[in-house]
Design a protein around this ligand. Structure first.
Ligand code: SAM
Length: 216
């Protein structure tokens, strides 16, 4: 799907009606429209955004990709931390979120596409390897095949000392879905760490921080 394709079925009004901010109501509205794709009732809290950036240590990264940015709450933090020489793009499957991101960050490369197409998008952006991949993807809603496909492509297209971070609800680590995600990550990354939990996020969340061999 091209980055210019818009989702005409979206119920969130375009532009003027699209919240170009971290509006929790518009996020909830998207969730009601497509719960099996969005996977969360509200955007990440500011504290979680900061924890995500800390886990990635952006100062050391050059080629940065975000998967499943939603309304762009983490994107905003990433963009304000980028250095002049850094390169960044985001991939969002939901049409209304995609439009919102385009309005909110007109200078930024955002693709209306699925994370499965990461190799194609990297080629299109002439980005050879990713140094940091920040994922908000709702793994628990994905079939095993899709999760494996995306994780394999991320791992294959990540630099040797790159980092991949993905959000996980604190309670999920004790449930089959969370245990399955951890096992999947261990299948594709040599090192899988858990960051401290952000308790003030509703619900509490931590990040899995993964590297091909060791995470640096
Ligand atoms: C739980 S929300 C996270 C939103 C945001 N990162 C945050 O932290 O508030 C998951 C996002 O992933 C997107 N998504 C789901 N499947 C996707 C896919 N295959 N490729 C790209 N984005 C996807 C959803 O549309 C949604 O915006």
């Amino acid at each position: 799907m091209s980055s210019d394709v818009l989702d005409s079925k979206s119920m969130v009004p375009d532009h003027g009606g699209v919240a170009a901010d971290d509006n929790a109501f518009s996020f909830f509205w998207r969730f009601l429209n497509n719960p099996m794709k969005i996977g969360a009732l509200r955007p990440s809290s500011q504290k979680l955004c900061r924890a995500t950036l800390e886990a990635v240590d952006l100062k050391r990264r050059r080629n940065i990709v975000e998967l499943g940015p939603g309304s762009g709450v983490i994107t905003r933090h990433i963009l304000s931390a980028l250095k002049k020489e850094d390169r960044f793009f985001a991939v969002e499957i939901d049409g209304a979120f995609y439009r919102q991101l385009r309005v909110r960050f007109p200078e930024t490369a955002v693709f209306h596409d699925s994370a499965e197409n990461i190799p194609f998008l990297l080629e299109r952006q002439k980005m050879r390897k990713m140094d940091a991949v920040i994922s908000g993807l709702p793994w628990t809603l994905f079939p095993d095949r899709l999760s494996r496909d995306i994780l394999r492509k991320v791992s294959e297209n990540m630099s040797e000392d790159g980092v991949f971070v993905t959000l996980c609800y604190w309670h999920a680590q004790y449930l089959p879905t969370g245990l399955r995600l951890k096992r999947l990550l261990q299948d594709y990354f040599g090192q899988v760490e858990m960051t401290p939990t952000v308790w003030s996020n509703v619900p509490p969340i931590f990040l899995f921080r993964c590297g091909k061999s060791t995470v640096r």
